[in-house]
Every structure is written in structure tokens, then in C-alpha cells.
Design a protein around this ligand. Structure first.
Ligand SMILES: [Zn+2]
Length: 59
């Protein structure tokens, strides 16, 4: 399952969620707000962001 990055518009908290594509957006773990936006880039833990998304060789 892919990891999605979210950013809370309420408190600015950024968090990652592992979920299916058609799952609903989770609430912010910090303030429980549902006013969050999804970062479209899929990242892998421990990796800094690098340009184009690419498939992990470990999957
Ligand atoms: Zn929040």
C-alpha cells in the first residue's frame, strides 16, 4: 500500500498515512481536524524528497 503525505490546514502538522487509494482522508492526529490536504508526492520513510516519483525496488 502506498504512503500518502497529508498536511493539516488547521495546525500545519504534516503526517503520513498508509492507505488504499479509495480510502477517505484521515483526520489530523494532532488536532483531529478534517481540514487537511493531500500531498500528491509519495515518499518513503527516511528518504528526502526527490523530483519525480518512482517505484521502489523493494516493493
Ligand atoms: Zn492539525
Amino acid at each position: 500500500m502506498p504512503i500518502y503525505e497529508y498536511r493539516c490546514k488547521q495546525c500545519g502538522n504534516e503526517f503520513e498515512v498508509i492507505q488504499n487509494v479509495d480510502d477517505k482522508q484521515p483526520p489530523c492526529p494532532e488536532c483531529d481536524s478534517k481540514d487537511i490536504e493531500k500531498n500528491l508526492s509519495i515518499t518513503h520513510t527516511g528518504q528526502s524528497s526527490c523530483g519525480a516519483p518512482r517505484k521502489s525496488p523493494f516493493s
